[in-house]
Design a protein around this ligand. Structure first.
Ligand code: AMP
Ligand code: MG
Length: 318
């Protein structure tokens, strides 16, 4: 039997906590896989960051109203995928929420609700149907002035998928990649028959995981993503406002304490977890049931922290 070497590394990456576990045949190879995964996170952050002025995305955000902006095939495909999730979720997932995200970030800084006019102005600049993607020329254009793309709801999932792909290419037979709660596992873990992922209790006073997910003895690859406002929110006018925005209304999502999605890829889990957080339990569950191999575990606000599961979720719960 070949040797099994497991190693892991943790670092801050893409504004959050990242951890990579690699299973290979040699200690050196495991280290190389982990390093390659973190390098990939950095490359993707340099391309997709909303805040770095020299990212490829920032160039689009600056120029795409004035003229069609030619982008890399990679960015183009991420934008296309994002729009697909917008259509599937009836607009709940929308990467054009940039102007609204900016508005609420500022509201949080001064702890004041934004005024009606500013909210209406930001809303008029949001909407995936105003994003013009031309596959023939690989260009992006904004139909309305002041539009901005924010990939915060999907970029981490994409980065996790990329890291897994690179690790496999470099000889990892198994592994787990976690980027701020966007997790993907592949292959067999050492000394166990499945990868285990702890789900954080939305009641942060409780340090024990609320549930343990088992990924996934009979499937080659599985991913998990959680969206919720119990860690990331702003306070505006004394009110807690989620960093996840309901595009149709323009304010923070408030229908759910948190939602965890299980799907074959991390990009899908990431996009769907944001969408379901916006949609709320009923419509969110409806969306997930349309995906044959995706499952959801939802935690409602009212009644306090009730758990709702999609039809096949139990097979992933330990
Ligand atoms: P997540 O933690 O994956 O649910 O992503 C939340 C982040 O996605 C926010 O911080 C924003 O950058 C972005 N975002 C907020 N609302 C939406 C939305 N309705 N659709 C897509 N992305 C969003
Ligand atoms: Mg997401």
């Amino acid at each position: 039997m070949p040797a099994v070497e497991v190693d892991s590394g943790s670092r801050r990456s893409m504004g959050t906590f990242a951890r990579i576990v690699a299973v290979t045949s040699s200690p050196k190879r495991s280290k190389r896989c982990i390093e390659a995964g973190f390098n990939e996170f950095r490359r993707i952050e340099d391309m997709l960051s909303y805040f770095k002025p020299d990212s490829e995305l920032s160039r689009v955000n600056r120029e795409a109203y004035d003229k069609p902006v030619k982008v890399s095939r990679e960015l183009f495909e991420i934008l296309q995928t994002s729009v697909t999730y917008s259509r599937l979720s009836n607009g709940a997932f929308d990467i054009t929420i940039g102007p609204l995200a900016d508005l609420w970030r500022k509201a949080g800084e001064v702890n004041q609700m934004p005024d009606e006019n500013a909210l209406a102005a930001a809303k008029s600049r949001v909407g995936y149907e105003k994003l013009i993607l031309d596959v023939n020329t690989m260009t992006v254009r904004f139909a309305v002035e002041g539009m901005r793309i924010d990939l915060g709801g999907i970029a981490k999932g994409y980065a996790v998928d990329r890291a897994v792909e690179i690790m496999k290419r470099k000889g990892a037979t198994g592994g787990m990649v976690d980027l701020g709660g966007n997790i993907r596992c592949f292959g067999k873990p050492p000394r166990k028959d499945a990868w285990l992922v702890g789900m954080q209790d939305p009641n942060l006073e409780n340090s024990q995981p609320m549930m343990i997910l088992k990924l996934s003895p009979d499937k080659p690859d599985m991913a998990v993503a959680t969206s919720g406002d119990y860690r990331r929110y702003v306070e505006a006018g004394g009110q807690k406002v989620s960093h996840i925005i309901v595009p149709s209304i323009g304010s923070g999502a408030n229908k759910m304490a948190g939602d965890t999605i299980i799907a074959p890829t991390a990009i899908e889990a990431d996009a769907l977890s944001t969408a379901v957080n916006v949609l709320g339990p009923e419509k969110g569950l409806e969306l997930i049931e349309r995906f044959l191999d995706a499952e959801a575990i939802l935690i409602t606000f009212t009644p306090e922290y009730r758990i709702i599961k999609s039809s096949g979720a139990d097979m992933y719960i330990q």
